[in-house]
Design a binder for this molecule. Structure first.
Ligand code: HPA
Ligand code: ZN
Length: 346
């Protein structure tokens, strides 16, 4: 028997729910702060890491936005993104769809151009040097007003060829999807693919609104959709992907423990689920750690894990040709694992 971690590691996969600012490891945060002559609100790497104890989404966001404050120059965004791509490559991630929070940076006087050029420089190198493809999704911060999101969309227009989608993140409670109806309509008209965080801390009604008002093609998290059976039926019937993040849910107390995580129930209900890391530097694990932890806690079998990896490609924004190539790579990996299991491929 291949061990669970070894099995997960060998499967090619996509990651579809990943905030680039959430990949800022404390060591890199301190290194970038130092070269920019800035101080973090924590005296050391260890003390910063020790602050990663959250009892809800907002407590996390407070630390996450504070740390993002060290990112100033284009090369800071390059280094951040490159560090993630190397980690993802080590986890056999073949394709990543990456959120960035432009407003977190432009609000501090950083040019949109510096952010996007740094990130895209690393994404291009990821493609050329690691064979890892990617797509970039501009997230609007839902705690800010829609006018701010509209300005951000306008700032993104010159980079239309580099940004494939728009998303919605930050504090969910009290910030329903309908608050962003107009900016999402404009973004869709401009050809951006719409996705949104919904049902992480917010109710099933926010998932419904994201579908009906924002016209999203994918839901990020979606846990609380399970409270509404009609909504579950619709999500399953329409094949709307959910980008689920088990270790994030644990760290932000969306679930009490991983044994009560809804992922297995979601699979049983026929929902189109994928596994992702969200903000891995803060939540104690990259994507493979998420697969292993949730599979162990819920007793998922190898078949379930392969299905999750397959879903990750299928739910991506890649075209059908690229998807077919990646399905093929996954099938080859599975065959090779089966052979090594029966002893014919030591
Ligand atoms: N939820 C909402 N907003 C976020 C998150 C999250 O998990 N991570 C970064 N911004
Ligand atoms: Zn997220």
């Amino acid at each position: 028997m291949t061990d669970l971690a070894g099995f997960v590691a060998k499967l090619p996969k996509a990651e579809l729910h990943l905030h680039i600012e959430g990949t800022l490891e404390p060591e890199l945060a301190f290194a970038i702060a130092e070269r920019n002559g800035l101080a973090l609100p924590y005296p050391s790497v260890d003390e910063l890491r020790a602050a990663y104890r959250f009892s809800n989404l907002q407590e996390f966001l407070d630390v996450y936005y504070a740390c993002a404050g060290v990112l100033i120059e284009s090369r800071d965004f390059y280094d951040l993104t490159w560090a993630y791509l190397e980690r993802a490559h080590a986890d056999n991630v073949r394709h990543a769809e990456i959120f960035f929070d432009a407003q977190t940076h432009t609000a501090r006087g950083i040019e949109f151009a510096a952010v996007i050029e740094g990130i895209c420089g690393a994404l291009d190198d990821g493609r050329d040097k690691l064979g890892l493809t990617s797509r970039l999704i501009l997230c609007f911060l839902r705690h800010l007003d829609e006018a701010d999101a509209l300005e951000t969309l306008a700032a993104a227009m010159p980079y239309r060829d580099r940004i494939v989608g728009v998303g919605l993140d930050s504090g969910e409670r009290g910030n329903p999807p309908r608050k962003f109806e107009k900016v999402f309509r404009r973004a869709r008209e401009a050809g951006f693919v719409p996705v949104a965080h919904a049902g992480e801390e917010g109710p099933a009604a926010y998932v419904r609104e994201a579908l009906d008002v924002l016209d999203v093609v994918r839901i990020d998290h979606g846990n609380n959709a399970l409270d509404d059976p009609d909504l579950v039926t619709e999500l399953a019937r329409r094949g709307i992907p959910l980008t689920v993040c088990p270790l994030s849910n644990l760290k932000l107390c969306v679930v009490e423990d991983l044994a009560s995580h809804p992922l297995k129930r979601m699979l049983e209900l026929g929902l189109f689920v994928t596994v992702n890391s969200d903000d891995p530097a803060y939540f104690g694990g990259y994507v493979n750690d998420n697969y292993v932890a949730v599979a162990e806690a819920l007793g998922l079998g190898e078949g379930d894990i392969v299905k999750l990896a397959r879903n990750s490609f299928d739910a991506s924004l890649l075209d059908e040709v690229d998807k077919a190539r990646l399905f093929g790579e996954l099938a080859v990996a599975v065959t090779s694992l089966e052979r090594s299991d029966d002893g014919s491929n030591p």
